[in-house]
Design a protein around this ligand. Structure first.
Ligand code: SF4
Length: 387
């Protein structure tokens, strides 16, 4: 077996039988995993594309449901080239039944970006995060399972295991739990270790009725037998997420409201802004490209149309960022802002405004926007931690 195959583990291969390894929480978990690992098809490959497909499918969907789709999908789109060149209809037909079809678009956008980049799949978390539609969890999973990187992969199941075992204080901050898991990672065997954590959270340390009697960490666990603590940690990430609300509260649900989609387009550390024409209401102020969603459109279709009409931009990927309402007295406008990437960021033109500009986050905050957009500046300020 070559070195490159060391992190393949279709048979849950580990070194747990190696007497040189002292008994530690890590080896106890790996020994349990060697006996109990789920045999899943994406654990028999280290192909980044195939692993990414599995990770995207597993978002919001149970393993049992994903299994038949996964094999069929790979039959239709065996690699990133096949997926990148698929027609939207064909892709959505293949995804039908899995739900959340925007996941298929994100997957395709990532494949297209990899092909456009010409250097193959990035092998680091940072490189993977540059791809459209890939967040920290998926980037960690691909970096570990495809490239054997010793990085933490923390989903709700994994967070729950550690929150319970170590009696972590709630609320659990995302960064804190990632650091906590990273500190305890078995660095020599990150693939089986991360898979073992996931299996433990999915099959033993479950949200309800954990099976502590068969848990390899039962002797370490500070929550075992404490029903209140077990219930409070069922979903430790969701339980604690503190959300800041932006904009106006919708006090009167009977008042009409209009849905507006806005594109926060980013490229090379800058955001795209457009200046309103002087003959328009609030002329001279800056704004994000976007507009009203037309009947029959979903948000993504409306964004793609608005970007084409206003800045000659071709939408590559869109991810929901924030929503807020603005009260106009007789009606509400609800704004739905998406972080967007375009295929052609260097080739835009101002079709509906007097000027376009790419601005840094600080420059963004210095621009004059219509009052309804103040929430966006607030969000940018918070995101970039700008005073
Ligand atoms: S002993 Fe029970 S609560 Fe603690 S980690 Fe194991 S399964 Fe979870």
């Amino acid at each position: 077996m070559g070195e490159a195959d060391d992190h393949l583990e279709g048979n849950a291969r580990t070194r747990v039988g190696d007497r040189r390894l002292a008994a530690t929480p890590q080896t106890a978990l790996l020994a349990w995993y060697a006996r109990s690992a789920r045999d899943l098809p994406w654990r028999r490959t280290r192909d980044a594309y195939r692993i990414l497909v599995s990770e995207v499918m597993l978002q919001q969907t149970q393993v049992d449901r994903v299994l038949p789709f996964y094999q069929r999908f790979l039959g239709a789109f065996p690699d990133e080239h096949a997926l990148a060149s698929a027609a939207s209809d064909t892709l959505h037909r293949a995804w039908k039944g899995l739900g959340y079809p925007s996941r298929a678009d994100r997957l395709q956008a990532a494949c297209r970006a990899v092909i456009a980049g010409g250097t193959g799949w990035p092998s680091t978390v940072e490189g993977l995060l540059e791809l459209p539609g890939i967040g920290p969890y998926t980037a960690g999973a691909v970096a570990c399972f495809a490239f054997g990187r010793a990085v933490p992969v923390v989903d709700t199941n994994v967070a729950r295991v550690y929150a319970r075992r170590d009696g972590l204080a709630l609320p659990l901050a995302r960064e804190a739990i990632w650091n906590h898991v990273a500190e305890q990672l078995e660095r020599q065997q990150p693939v089986p270790y991360n898979n073992a954590l996931m299996d433990l959270g999915a099959t033993v340390c479950t949200a309800r009725n954990p099976r502590c009697g068969v848990c390899p960490w039962q002797s370490l666990c500070v929550s075992r037998g404490q029903s209140e603590r077990l219930a409070a940690t069922a979903n430790p990430l969701k339980a604690v997420a503190t959300r800041k609300t932006y904009g106006d509260a919708i006090a009167d649900r009977n008042r009409p409201h209009q849905r507006i989609v806005l594109a926060l387009v980013h490229h090379d550390g800058r955001y795209l802004v457009a200046r309103r024409r002087q003959d328009q209401h609030q002329g001279g102020l800056w704004e994000l490209p976007g507009g009203k969603r037309e009947p029959g459109e979903d948000d993504r279709t409306a964004l793609a149309r608005e970007l084409l009409e206003e800045v000659a931009g071709e939408l590559l990927a869109a991810r929901a960022l924030m929503s807020f309402a603005h009260d106009y007295g007789d009606r509400y406008l609800t704004f739905h802002v998406y972080r967007c990437r375009l295929f052609n960021p260097a080739g835009l033109s101002a079709r509906a405004s007097t000027a376009l500009a790419w601005v840094t986050p600080r420059e963004f905050l210095a621009l004059a926007f219509p009052p309804a957009n103040a929430a966006i500046a607030e969000r940018i300020k918070r995101y970039h931690r700008l005073a």
